[in-house]
Ligand binder design. Structure first.
Ligand code: GLP
Length: 249
């Protein structure tokens, strides 16, 4: 794991955008896995800026959303469909037919999850998977206890996740209890992974994920098993790491 400690969330966002942009320049048709959450918003703002001011093109990129809440349609304000359009897709030259997202409304969710996995495989696998981290260590919506070999599937959200995400909904009662999430096994097959962590509320779980024992009660610790992970963290989220900036392990 390469751990990069950035002074602020803005620096982290710029650094993350440069990594995405470098990939887009080296391989114009990459397959990107993209997260929702407050942490990656700065990355998406910076990609939009690079598109407008520096001609960065996503025209040939293919993208896969990481998750969707079960029961939310693509127009729901808290759906990952809508989030990605609002922060990125509506502002860059991405082709709508190259945007892939799990549906939270599929009649047969199990079949839909298999189909989503097949779509990733048909695109040649994910080149760069961007991730945030939940305060309980989840990646995508793989909650504590998720198997490291899990695939895209329907998952139950942990109470802590529902509490954390209640801020995005009118009330806690509005937060869906279930989601469709890429599996940890699916995520670990990405060729490169970028984990973003920001804010003091992530300090403890980031230390557990990066420096703690690899175990399924801390889903993000699975990333220690992957050969090409870059952790971009701001100083507040890095405050409980013993690693020094830029150290590769
Ligand atoms: C949600 C998403 C995760 C994200 C997490 C952290 O639960 N499914 O992919 O990593 O939120 O979000 P935030 O960046 O807002 O802390």
């Amino acid at each position: 794991m390469e751990v990069v400690i950035c002074p602020t969330h803005d620096d982290l966002s710029i650094r993350a955008a440069r990594i995405v942009a470098e990939l887009l320049r080296a391989k114009p048709d990459p397959v990107l896995g993209l997260p929702i959450g407050s942490t990656p918003i700065g990355l998406y703002h910076e990609l939009v800026r690079m598109h407008r001011e520096e001609g960065l093109s996503l025209a040939r990129a293919r993208t896969f959303n990481l998750i969707e809440y079960v029961g939310l349609g693509p127009e729901h304000p808290q759906s990952s469909h809508r989030f990605m359009r609002q922060y990125l897709f509506d502002h860059v030259d991405i082709c709508p037919d190259k945007v892939y997202a799990p549906s939270g409304l599929a009649m047969d969710l199990d079949a839909h999850c298999l189909f989503y996995e097949q779509q990733i495989a048909d695109c040649g696998g994910i080149d760069l998977q961007v991730l945030g981290i939940g305060t309980d260590g989840h990646i995508a919506f793989n909650e504590p206890g998720s198997s490291f070999s899990s695939r895209t599937r329907r998952v139950a959200l942990a109470r802590q996740t529902i509490d954390d995400n209640a801020r995005f909904f009118p009330s806690r009662q509005h937060v869906p209890l279930m989601a469709v999430s890429l599996g940890i096994g699916t995520i670990l097959e990405a060729r490169r992974i970028l984990l973003l962590a920001s804010g003091p509320n992530k300090a403890g779980i980031l230390a557990a994920a990066v420096e703690g024992i690899i175990n399924e009660m801390c889903p993000a610790s699975a990333l220690q098993l992957h050969e090409h992970v870059t952790v971009l963290t701001d100083e507040s989220a890095a405050s409980r790491l013993t690693v020094s900036a830029g150290q590769r392990r």
